[in-house]
Design a protein around this ligand. Structure first.
Ligand SMILES: Cc1cc2nc3c(=O)[nH]c(=O)nc-3n(C[C@H](O)[C@H](O)[C@H](O)COP(=O)(O)OP(=O)(O)OC[C@H]3O[C@@H](n4cnc5c(N)ncnc54)[C@H](O)[C@@H]3O)c2cc1C
Length: 383
């Protein structure tokens, strides 16, 4: 079935659509699908990135149970190729001293999996494919006016500044290097993370390109060190990576290009006004060390769709009071996750002996304190 696309300067009356969504990332498309399911007429920005450009995205997202449920409802999850989704059964987190150990397991948590590692490009493809069946969603080159405009433009949103929104952004002075790797032995569904000074290294189990023996790498490093690692050849990079810890899986080889992202934490104030609202990275940016940015964005999608669905029949979609309900519901989960990730970044940036001792003992303590561990795992699973 061809995608419903209305290109060019289509003359739409003031309210030819109910909601106008600006942006073309996973959050924008997910929201368009969710609102379309409610029967709302949705305008979505046109021109998704071409397939080749998407394929160059070497990231794999760790998605939580709440994101999985949402994507299932949107008929996206089951459309993902089997090898583009890998469940995580165990998570092993190491500090920079032998006392710093923290493990999570799906078994003790009584869940199917702690997270699912999903190919970023395949997720975008599946979201776009689902749009073909979303009769209420149309793509526009020139966005029509609507009672409610949602900005899902990502962290560099241009409209945000035009709305007069403050965006408090703090640069971490770090860059995340992402790539795909293969290893000698099977990953067994185990995710590994090393919190050290000055870097954080994550290996997420994945089934592409080699089934059972691949990992998605996210390595957060100081800017200069990352720049050096981006410039060296593949063999030297592999040697640097392998040499960074004796506990890394054996025989790690690069299986993709390396890509780099500058890292920051940011929050928009306010996130809504009369007739508009910000969602996803346009509203909040967190460090990827906990793999929660997109989960938070999909949480926005879920709650905004619920808020609009439950509005009083006489209340307009762009009513500030209605949007305030949405903002209130999202404030706590977003703030908690921002605080947690920021605390981890800062807790692992000090070289001082007593701080090092404290953070590693703290990890060991959480590992033994079952309620605290369950709380942390629940936050990660449900967002
Ligand atoms: C290395 C790395 C690893 C990560 N790993 C994880 C992870 O494991 N789990 C997780 O949950 N999150 C992860 N994240 C975070 C995740 O990538 C982001 O939170 C998520 O992509 C944000 O989605 P978004 O749709 O809000 O914004 P974006 O993905 O930035 O999409 C917005 C899009 O809209 C476009 N746009 C802007 N303005 C307009 C306009 N006016 N009209 C049309 N289009 C416009 C932009 O060009 C962009 O393509 C990671 C991030 C990084 C950098």
């Amino acid at each position: 079935m061809p995608q419903r696309v209305a290109m060019g300067s289509l003359q739409c009356g003031m309210h030819a659509v109910d909601v106008s969504i600006r942006g073309r990332g996973a959050v924008a498309t997910g929201l368009a699908l969710a609102l379309g399911q409610l029967g709302l007429r949705v305008a979505l920005s046109a021109a998704a990135p071409p397939k080749e450009a998407r394929a160059a995205d070497v990231r794999a997202y760790a998605l939580n149970a709440a994101s999985k449920r949402l994507l299932q409802r949107l008929k996206v999850w089951d459309a993902l190729p089997a090898d583009a989704v890998t469940p995580v059964f165990d998570m092993r987190i190491r500090g920079d001293a032998p006392t710093g150990r923290l493990t999570f397991s799906a078994w003790t948590q009584c869940v199917d999996a702690l997270a699912w590692i999903v190919d970023a490009a395949e997720l975008d493809e599946a979201l776009d494919a689902a749009l073909r069946f979303a009769g209420h969603v149309q793509r526009f080159e020139q966005m029509p006016e609507a009672p409610l405009t949602v900005y899902a433009e990502g962290k560099d949103s241009a409209s945000r500044a035009a709305l007069g929104v403050r965006f408090d952004r703090q640069d971490y002075g770090q860059v995340a290097i992402a790539a795909r790797l293969t290893a000698v032995d099977a990953h067994q569904g185990v995710a590994h993370q090393w919190f050290r000074v000055p870097d954080v290294l994550a290996l997420l189990p994945f089934d592409r390109p080699a089934p059972q023996r691949s990992f998605a790498l996210v390595w957060s490093l100081p800017r200069e060190r990352a720049a050096a690692l981006m410039q060296i050849d593949a063999a030297s990079f592999e040697a640097e990576l392998q040499g960074s810890s004796p506990e890394l899986p054996a025989g790690l080889r690069l299986a993709s290009e390396r890509a780099a992202w500058p890292l920051s934490i940011a929050a928009a104030h306010p996130v809504f006004g009369a007739g508009w609202v910000l969602v996803g990275d346009a509203a909040h940016v967190v460090h990827p060390l906990a793999g929660q940015g997109l989960n938070l964005g999909l949480g926005d999608v879920q709650v905004l769709a619920e808020t609009l669905a439950r509005r009083e029949p006489w209340r307009a979609l762009g009513d500030e009071r209605l949007l305030a309900r949405y903002a209130r519901a999202r404030a706590w989960p977003v703030r908690t996750m921002s605080w947690l990730t920021d605390a981890l970044v800062h807790g692992f940036s000090s070289q001082q002996g007593f701080v090092r001792e404290l953070r590693n003992r703290g990890m060991g303590l959480v590992d033994r304190a079952t309620p605290a561990k369950r709380w942390l795992a629940a936050r990660a699973l449900e967002g």
